[in-house]
Design a binder for this molecule. Structure first.
Ligand code: ADP
Ligand code: MG
Length: 262
């Protein structure tokens, strides 16, 4: 199974949209290698192609030309069911707006990706795995809560648990801290660092240099191209460094705290 090939390999990748009469070159000639265990931030101004690149990595969109190899598999050669299978088996997704089902418990939200599995995952196994995933993100005591009863940070942790429940190799997160205050954003980054330490490869889009500083590698896009690819010294933070006895940042969904980090 394992090979010496890079985990992710993009070769001269292009994605062009037809927008009326004009062609929009959302991603142009991107060649990129991402190794297993990396933690990559994609930065760049609005419209620079970040989401298009992420959607390609996530097998949600197909390139107009170029190659995408995921673990030596030519993604372009896969049909829709094969792509869906690949997404479900290998990838986890986290979004800025959490994308949780509102009147559904945390546990049921997290079970959802397992419902689409073949062979079928028995209900008791689904439940146990969802509980494990929620425990991993620190929400073991919120299993029956609905998203509206939880803070933004807690909702995003449910979404991360939902991404984790299928035991993905790669988590793709498009501005996962975009709707969160500074302290909660840092908590999410601490959680991502923990998952990365456990061997999960992560690629995330962020606008904020302070958030990108938690990643191992920073790509900057401009006009559909990668214009910078660096590995600056990384900010490290453990979740237990952030925890306070009352978990203050998680008390109120609307609370905004700005914490200076050590
Ligand atoms: P970012 O995530 O960096 O803001 P996007 O990848 O969303 O950038 O968009 C890159 C460019 O592609 C933008 O000019 C955007 O308007 C265009 N674009 C994105 N999606 C579509 C689409 N479905 N149809 C047409 N143009 C699109
Ligand atoms: Mg975007």
């Amino acid at each position: 199974m394992s090979s010496t090939a890079p985990f992710i390999q993009l070769v001269n990748l292009r994605r062009t949209y037809a927008s009326g009469d004009v062609a929009v070159h959302a991603v142009r000639d991107v060649s990129l290698t991402i190794e297993r265990g990396d933690f990559v931030a994609i930065m760049g101004s609005s419209g620079s192609g970040k989401s298009t690149l992420m959607n390609t990595l996530g097998c949600l969109d197909r390139p107009s030309s170029g190659e995408y190899l995921l673990d030596d598999v030519h993604v372009a050669g896969l049909d829709r069911p094969a792509l869906a299978h690949l997404r479900n088996q290998r990838l986890g997704f986290v979004f800025q707006s959490f994308n949780l089902l509102p009147r559904t418990s945390a546990l049921e939200n997290v079970e959802l990706p397992l419902l689409y599995r073949t062979p079928l995952v028995p209900a008791a196994t689904r439940r146990a795995r969802a509980r494990d995933a929620l425990t991993r993100v620190g929400l073991a005591n919120r299993l029956d809560h609905h998203p509206s009863q939880l803070s933004g940070g807690q909702q995003q942790r449910i979404a991360i648990a939902r991404a984790l429940v299928t035991q993905p190799d790669l988590i793709l997160a498009d501005e996962p801290t975009g709707n969160l205050d500074t302290r909660t954003s840092i908590e999410i980054m601490a959680l991502f660092q923990e998952l990365n330490d456990a061997g999960i490869t992560l690629v995330m889009v962020t606008h904020e240099p302070d958030i990108a500083a938690f990643c191992r590698r920073i790509l900057v896009m401009r006009d559909g191209r990668i214009v910078s690819d660096t590995q600056p010294p990384r900010r490290r933070i453990a979740r237990d460094e952030l925890a306070t006895p009352t978990q203050t940042s998680e008390m109120e969904p609307t609370e905004t705290t700005h914490t200076q980090l050590p």
